[in-house]
Design a protein around this ligand. Structure first.
Ligand code: IPD
Ligand code: CA
Ligand code: CA
Ligand code: CA
Length: 264
């Protein structure tokens, strides 16, 4: 199953790489900030047809909804969670810094996670209980770090007034850390926490396909993951996500997010 999924992910990445010479047809979903291209749909269809053929009993949850059948009880059985292109805005504007994210869960527990950046040739992958890898290299368990020495991933939009969260504790956090980065692809940012390029990643509203593979990968290196209210992330629901090195996660919760003003 692992080898087969890996081959699918690599093939899908190659299709995207080969498509880069032609500008994709773009449509708006909910607004001009919310893009979808023919490639998002094509790559999701690619996975759906292969999964249906190989595993007709499995459920599929993909961002573009290509698999029209609704989910059965996701806490039972096998569910594939697919983001065909995570970072569509980067795909369109930068032609890099996007990824394919594919996860397989059994009874609500991660079994496989793949995050593939086809332009960088970087495949992050994990089999539950067997460690996480970047290409062929096993990722080391994460060590602790302090807030003041941390580089964290955060979308600057969360530092402005928004309906999800009091932004002031986040302003204090970004003032105290060593640096902030915004890659613009949630799955990739989780993969970067797994390999130590980011010490933490914090975001206020993601969907299952944004974080399902990331959760499978970061837990293999001992990253701590929760919602910004320090609750477990429910993989089949929209959620905020704070993923960080051990120690740093607790410090961010205690010093910034757990303050009464951060709870809404
Ligand atoms: C988006 C990216 C982005 C995150 C958004 C996601 P998409 O995914 O991961 O970094 O901030 O919340 O929706 O739409 O490019 O797959
Ligand atoms: Ca999208
Ligand atoms: Ca996404
Ligand atoms: Ca997407």
């Amino acid at each position: 199953m692992y080898n087969q999924t890996k081959a699918w992910v690599l093939e899908a990445g190659q299709r995207l790489r080969e498509s880069m010479d032609t500008d994709p047809r773009i449509e708006y979903k909910t607004s001009v900030r919310d893009l979808v291209t023919e490639k998002d749909r094509e790559i999701e269809s690619f996975f759906v047809s292969r999964i249906r053929h190989a595993y007709p009993d499995h459920d599929i949850l993909g961002e573009e909804g290509i698999h029209e059948k609704g989910l059965n009880d996701p806490q039972q059985g096998w569910v594939w969670i697919i983001d065909p292109i995570d970072g569509t805005t980067n795909f369109v504007h930068q032609k890099q810094n996007f990824c394919i994210s594919v996860a397989l869960y059994e009874k609500g527990e991660p079994r496989l996670g793949f995050i593939y950046d086809p332009m960088a040739g970087e495949l992050f992958h994990a089999i539950a209980g067997q460690g996480a890898f970047l290409n062929d290299q096993r990722l080391a368990p994460l060590t602790e770090t302090k807030v003041e020495e941390a580089v964290i991933g955060i979308n600057s939009l969360w530092l402005t007034p928004n309906k999800h969260f009091d932004f002031k504790p986040l302003q204090a956090l970004v003032r105290d850390v060593r640096g902030t980065r915004s890659v613009g692809a949630a799955a990739l940012e989780m993969a970067y926490v797994a390999c130590g390029r980011l010490d933490a990643y914090l975001t206020l509203r993601l969907s299952p396909w944004d974080f399902a593979a990331g959760l499978a990968i970061v837990r293999e290196v001992g990253a701590v993951t929760s919602t910004v209210h320090n609750q477990p992330v429910q993989v089949f629901e929209k959620s905020s996500v704070l993923v960080a090195r051990p120690g740093l996660h607790q410090a961010i919760i205690d010093r910034y997010l757990h303050s009464p003003s951060a709870r809404r």
